[in-house]
Design a protein around this ligand. Structure first.
Ligand SMILES: [Zn+2]
Length: 47
């Protein structure tokens, strides 16, 4: 029953366990169109 819920950055599709990280990533992706912030992306979940 416990489905893991991830928060996804709608810009780059990276998934995060914390909503705040997804929000940060989304904001970064939105304002820095061609670059990912490694400090944020390193927290992303890989499936
Ligand atoms: Zn992103």
């Amino acid at each position: 029953m416990a489905t893991k819920k991830y928060y996804e950055c709608e810009r780059c599709g990276a998934k995060y366990l914390e909503k705040s990280l997804a929000s940060k990533c989304f904001y970064w992706c939105k304002t820095h169109d061609n670059s990912c912030n490694l400090d944020i992306v390193k927290h992303a979940v890989r499936n």
